[in-house]
Design a protein around this ligand. Sequence first.
Ligand code: VGL
Length: 182
Amino acid sequence: MKALLIVDVQNDFCTGGTLAVPEGEKVVPVINGILNRFKVIVASKDWHPAGSRHFEKWPVHCVQDTYGAAFYPQLDDEKIQKTFLKGTDEKNDGYSAFDATSDNLERFLKENKVNDLYVCGLATDYCVLASALDARKKGFNVFVVEDAVKGVDAKAGDSERAIIQMKHNGIVFMDSGLVPLD
Ligand code: VGL
């Protein structure tokens, strides 16, 4: 069984947000266009308390229950079966969807007999990177939908380096048009 993991497609990571990823919202139509190829669809959300230590490194973003933490409005979120909340305590960065505390992502995927995990969303060089690497460590076959991710690139080349690191760890990059239908 395959599953789609939609990482952090939240208002604060899109244009107008407090930690906007350049062109972040451009992933949304690409993601919406592949949802019907999956029976299992999950998402992660950055979900920080207002006093998070994470905000010593980053502008305040994705504070629990705020507009900035909501899914980008055009994301077709009705098809998401479960959303995993991460970075939920003051000491936790929560870059990886597998660090979610609201529920256990690894257990959910294994209960649903998922072995192929397709990853998309924001941002290539942080939460997509951390989630994809964790998925590999946990034994999933991992595919990143390359036209459905965007990077922060705080330092020029960060996304490119992240992609190389993922490829070195056996993660496969695939255009959305090639995601299998079944
Ligand atoms: C992220 C930077 C800081 C992400 C989260 O979702 O990739 N990036 N916090």
